[in-house]
Design a protein around this ligand. Structure first.
Ligand code: AMP
Ligand code: ZN
Ligand code: FE
Ligand code: FE
Length: 281
């Protein structure tokens, strides 16, 4: 049986909040028929070298990637950077600053949880976080281990999500700055899973055009965060507005429902030809 080929431009390793090492992630992608992939860890490029070495061995094309959060008047958004130079000094410097801000924020979250009578320390969190970027998913894992909550969703719903008891903001960059940092590192900037902003159709289109003015290159159209109708909407809008198209699974390797490589909504395999030419070999 031959495996259907696919492309996956959004996934996470242990360098941020994924479960697999960069090497294991590339091996898994190869097994699943992925020919072009991008590792897009949150706020770090530390897994790219390991991933690239393994991808070269296995004949997979690896695109250097990253996912950076930004704050705007429309809410928090995630911006994907593709084809970035991981050694770009301005980029690495800014990411360092961002991760430092995350650490201060993690500390405040821990203090708030302590204030709610929950016994948790930063050491507990560092024990589950294996990489450079430490955040709420790691805190959630500790809360599960300590049986404060029974699963990830409950950890977010009760304590960690926006409007929950221990929520603290972390974003320090405006979208404009993130797009600029990606461009300066030689990359292309794509908005990740835009439906997560939960704006009306009219408002998201308006916002995407504003981002385009700031230099945004494209939209992540194919993602498990979009249903068929939304994928169609963003595909058509990308074409109309001259924005490029990307897609990826947002795989974290955490055992939950639809966490599979190379697929978007309802297990649909992401086909190379759906995405912009910039990604084709
Ligand atoms: P952080 O970067 O520390 O703010 O954590 C953000 C990450 O937490 C996201 O990329 C998701 O993987 C995860 N996350 C955010 N909100 C939720 C939620 N409501 N339920 C489960 N996971 C979430
Ligand atoms: Zn994540
Ligand atoms: Fe994201
Ligand atoms: Fe992601």
């Amino acid at each position: 049986m031959s495996i259907e080929k696919s492309i996956d431009l959004h996934m996470h390793s242990i360098c941020s909040d994924g479960a697999l090492s960069p090497c294991a992630l590339v091996q898994k992608a190869a097994k699943e028929g992925i020919t072009i992939m991008s590792l897009t860890d949150h706020d770090t490029v530390s897994g790219l070298e390991e991933a690239k070495n393994e991808a070269d061995k296995l004949g997979i094309k690896l695109i250097s990637g990253i996912e950076i959060s930004a704050i705007s008047s429309s809410g928090t958004l995630h911006i994907l950077g593709y084809f970035i130079d991981p050694h770009n000094p301005a980029l690495t410097e800014k990411l360092k600053k961002f991760r430092a801000a995350r650490n201060s924020r993690n500390q405040v979250i821990i203090e708030r949880l302590n204030g709610l009578g929950i016994n948790i320390t930063m050491e507990d969190v560092f024990e589950v976080a294996k990489g450079e970027t430490v955040g709420r998913p790691h805190i959630a894992r500790v809360l599960i281990e300590k049986k404060v909550v029974s699963n990830l969703q409950e950890a977010f719903d009760l304590y960690l999500s926006n409007n929950s008891k221990a929520y603290v903001d972390k974003e320090i960059f405006q979208p404009e700055e993130v797009i600029k940092m990606i461009h300066e590192a030689g990359g292309l900037a794509f908005i990740a899973h835009p439906a997560s902003l939960k704006l009306s159709e009219e408002n998201i289109k308006k916002f995407l055009l504003e981002l385009k003015e700031m230099g945004l290159d494209g939209i992540e159209v194919y993602t498990p965060a979009h249903n068929r109708k939304i994928m169609r909407l963003f595909r058509d809008f990308s074409k109309e507005s001259g924005l490029k198209i990307s897609g990826g699974s947002d795989f974290h390797g955490v055992k939950n429902k639809n966490d599979r490589l190379g697929v978007c909504h309802e297990g649909i395999k992401i086909q190379n030809q759906w995405l912009s030419e910039s990604f084709q070999v």
